[in-house]
Ligand binder design. Structure first.
Ligand code: GLY
Length: 370
């Protein structure tokens, strides 16, 4: 049975939209898009792997619903593709598809976080913005970047440094596509689920502790439970702080300040996003302990769960110097002063400003393996 969660954007019924969570939604997506009445020409943005696995299924569903003009762009898999260069190639391909500019284009993003962020950014800027529908196909995409409207690309200096906010007309989380995720990708998504547990929901954290084996074996009941829980949390946060201006949405960045810096310092080629975030969460947790904000017992639970999940806890292939350099580009820094999301217990975080750089360096240095 499908579940719908509506993202009700404050004072803006027009931009509010549904997130649909269930199994085999891809088969019905054509009719879902048709019923929105947002356009007749579809441009799919996907990557090579997902395109190979699910591209035809999506096209078949769109054609059965009467969409006959369908274009597509397939990017190379992985974070190194999330560049300004790929973004421009996507825009050129959409423009080609839209030769006479007579089309009413709907962009459909089918893929993981990279496709969602890049595709959404293309949708937000092509002809000053066109409608788009998100179909995230990874656990990470379904619990985090596949909803909420943050879109963008990386610069070599830092992650997501170019981008904006552009809400989709619909987000579809098809649980069936998760069965083809490789174990590393599934675990990377699980890191974001653990994040939600720490920032907002101790029951979710406990659920992951108790059902870890089932989750890692892709048990659909467990996956549905964790995805639904995370989507509900993200929906609430997006509703009240859509544009990350009120110190509310920022809590979704727990583990991301150091995590993003590790990704950038290793040129987006060593760690998957969730893997870097795991290390970032442990560093943030340790900073919180050293500042007497978090108990050692709570930190041990986090450390244990990340370890048991098979997520990395150590940093390889990047230097402290490069991590610190990348971290200074973090968007959370204000006037050069750092801002960290730190846990005070499992299920609650607080924002702490101006943490001593020596403390930050110390917790990172301890995790670097030469
Ligand atoms: N992934 C962080 C956010 O959506 O705000």
């Amino acid at each position: 049975m499908e579940q719908k969660i509506r993202i009700r954007l404050l004072n803006d019924i027009d931009r509010s939209y549904n997130t649909v969570i269930g199994r085999n939604i891809l088969n019905k997506i054509g009719n879902c898009i048709k019923s929105l009445n947002i356009g007749r020409d579809i441009f799919i943005i996907t990557d090579r792997k997902v395109g190979r696995l699910y591209g035809q299924k999506l096209i078949k569903s769109l054609q059965s619903a009467g969409f006959s003009d369908i274009g597509q762009f397939r990017l190379d898999d992985g974070e190194p593709s999330k560049t300004v260069d790929t973004y421009i190639r996507i825009l050129e391909k959409i423009h080609d598809f839209d030769k006479n500019q007579e089309k009413k284009i709907v962009i459909v993003t089918l893929g993981g976080g990279v496709v969602e962020d890049l595709g959404g950014f293309a949708a937000s800027t092509y002809r000053r913005g066109v409608s788009y529908v998100q179909i995230p196909t990874t656990l990470l995409g379904q619990v985090d970047c596949g909803l909420g409207g943050k879109v963008g690309v990386n610069l070599k200096e830092g992650k997501n440094l170019v981008g904006g906010f552009w809400q989709p007309k619909l987000a579809c989380m098809d649980l069936a596509v998760l069965k083809t995720l490789d174990a590393r990708e599934l675990k990377s998504g699980l890191a974001e689920v653990i994040k939600y547990g720490v920032i907002k929901d101790s029951n979710l954290f406990k659920y992951v502790e108790e059902h870890l084996e089932q989750i890692l074996h892709c048990d659909f009941i467990c996956l549905k439970h964790i995805i639904l829980t995370c989507v509900k949390i993200k929906a609430k946060i997006t509703e009240i702080d859509e544009r990350d201006e009120k110190d509310i949405r920022i809590i979704l960045n727990f583990g991301h300040t150091i995590g993003h810096a590790i990704e950038a310092a290793s040129h987006y080629r060593v760690y998957k996003h969730g893997e870097a975030i795991s290390i970032g969460m442990l560093c943030a947790g340790e900073i919180a302990c050293r500042l007497s904000l978090l108990s050692n017992k709570a930190f041990s639970r986090l450390d244990n769960l990340i370890g048991r999940s098979g997520l990395p806890t150590k940093i390889t292939k990047c230097s402290l110097r490069n991590i610190m350099k990348s971290m200074r580009h973090d968007k959370k820094f204000v006037n050069g002063a750092n801002r960290f999301v730190l846990p005070v217990k499992i299920g609650k975080v607080k924002i702490v400003k101006d943490i001593d750089e020596n403390l930050i360096k110390d917790v990172i240095r301890k995790r670097i393996v030469k």
